[in-house]
Each structure stands twice: as structure tokens, then as C-alpha cells.
Ligand binder design. Structure first.
Ligand code: G3H
Length: 252
């Protein structure tokens, strides 16, 4: 069987953490660490540090915003646009993280609009999807993640899929220490890929990277990375620690 043309991808989502001193330590371990050159690595600092991190990190490590708005400019106090993110040399944005959905009340519709606008503005995007514990326990996982994925896919033009990495992050696994088992994660990744095949195209399903997030650690990353449809990780807590390097190198 042909192996899929999907480079391993590891994102570090720093969330609302860090200051210049702590960021200096992260940059040190990323710079000193022997990062697998075949893994695409993207770090997502808080917005205020985007330009600082971009200027300080080696150019082999990409930088992502953790969020961006759906229009280029205007009376939207507190927001940051894709054009501004690009203007400071940053190429990626995470969009629709479960904390944006569940803490800040972002809807599927808003997340879809943000994805569409960010891609039009020339950013690459990491849209996030994932079910809550009660949704999983009531057998609604597929219904929830397909609905979230449809709202995103509806805003992506055929030639823009190359700039999209889908992050599947079950909400019950985020920051809880309860990682999905490799079989649980693989099962949903296969279903998401089939959804892309049936609703977008076989080519997009084959080429689009689907990464897993939720309590990924240096101890569990290798087993997860062995699954055929897990193309990398979106890492929260451990992305602030030197162990992140081991996750980047999970396929070695
Ligand atoms: O964006 C990252 C995810 O929310 C996972 O966070 P975590 O690795 O701390 O569970």
C-alpha cells in the first residue's frame, strides 16, 4: 500500500501562559533540541508575543496565532485579524479551539467564517473539533464532530485544503490527563477522513493531515503516532516543557 503524503505535524499551543523569561526557556530547548527535520513544528504563543517569538525562534519552527477574527479591520475591540498576523511574519492560526468554543462561546458558524477569512488572507489554519464527555457518553461523537467539520469545510475552497491541518481534540481529554487511547483516536480519525472523502474529495481526504490533541505526553506520543491516520499532535501543557521535543520526534 502507498504511504500517505502527510508530513508529521506537531503544534505547541501555549494557551494563556508565558512571559518573556519563560518564553526564552522554551526557545532554548527548541533551539538546542534535536528536532526531527521531517516533522513540521508550529508554536502558538499568546498574541502579544507573536512577533517576539517569530523573531527569536529558528526559521525552521513555524509560529501560529491561537485565534484570529473573521474580518481584516474595523470596530472590533480586542480582536486580531489574519492580515495583522501575517504582517508580523506569522503564517499559521489555530481556529475554533475547544476553549474558544466552550469558554468564549464561539459557534460553528463563526469558526467557519474565521477559517474562510484566514485562508483568503493567506494564513494556514489549524481548525479544531472535538466532542464533550457527555456527547461521547450519549453516542453523539460522530454527529458532533461531523457537524463541526462541515461548518469548517463549507468555507474552504478546493485549492486551499493544502493550507489546512485538522485538529481532533476530544474535550474530555484536554488538560485532564485522560488521553484517548490510540484505538479511540484512530477510530475517529478514520471517520473524519472518510467524511472528507465522501463530502470533499478523495484527494483532500488522502492529503489532509488530521492531528490529535488531548493530554499528549512524552510517554504516550509514540504509541499514538504509530496509528496510520494520526498525522501529528496539538499539544497544550507539555508544549511549555522540554519533553515537547520528544513529542516532535515521536515518529523517530
Ligand atoms: O491545544 C491543545 C490542547 O488543548 C491539548 O491540551 P493538553 O495537551 O494540555 O491536554
Amino acid at each position: 500500500m502507498l504511504s500517505a503524503p502527510r508530513n508529521f505535524f506537531v503544534g505547541g499551543n501555549w494557551k494563556l501562559n508565558g512571559n518573556k523569561q519563560e518564553i526564552g526557556k522554551i526557545i532554548n530547548f527548541l533551539t538546542a533540541g534535536n528536532l526531527d527535520p521531517s516533522t513540521e513544528v508550529v508554536c502558538a504563543p499568546p498574541t502579544i508575543y507573536l512577533e517576539y517569538v517569530r523573531k527569536t525562534l529558528p526559521s525552521s519552527v513555524c509560529v501560529a496565532a491561537q485565534n484570529c477574527y473573521k474580518v481584516p479591520k474595523g470596530a472590533f475591540t480586542g480582536e486580531t485579524s489574519p492580515a495583522m498576523i501575517k504582517d508580523v511574519g506569522v503564517e499559521w492560526a489555530i481556529i475554533g479551539h475547544s476553549e474558544r468554543r466552550n469558554v468564549f462561546g464561539e459557534s460553528d458558524e463563526l469558526i467557519g467564517a474565521k477559517v474562510g477569512h484566514a485562508l483568503e488572507a493567506g494564513l494556514k489554519v489549524i481548525p479544531c473539533i472535538g466532542e464533550k464527555l457527555e456527547e461521547r457518553e450519549s453516542g453523539k461523537t460522530e454527529e458532533v464532530v461531523f457537524c463541526q467539520l462541515k461548518a469548517i469545510a463549507d468555507n474552504i475552497k478546493p485549492d486551499q485544503w493544502q493550507n489546512v491541518v485538522i485538529a481532533y481534540e476530544p474535550v474530555w481529554a484536554i488538560g485532564t490527563g485522560k488521553t484517548a487511547s490510540p484505538a479511540q483516536a484512530q477510530e475517529i480519525h478514520v471517520k473524519l477522513r472518510k467524511w472528507l472523502n465522501d463530502n470533499v474529495s478523495a484527494d483532500v481526504a488522502w492529503k489532509t493531515r488530521i492531528i490529535y490533541g488531548g493530554s499528549v505526553t512524552a510517554d504516550n506520543c509514540r504509541e499514538l503516532a504509530r496509528e496510520r491516520d494520526i498525522d501529528g499532535f496539538l499539544v497544550g501543557g507539555v508544549s511549555l516543557k522540554p519533553d515537547f521535543v520528544q513529542i516532535v520526534n515521536a515518529r523517530q
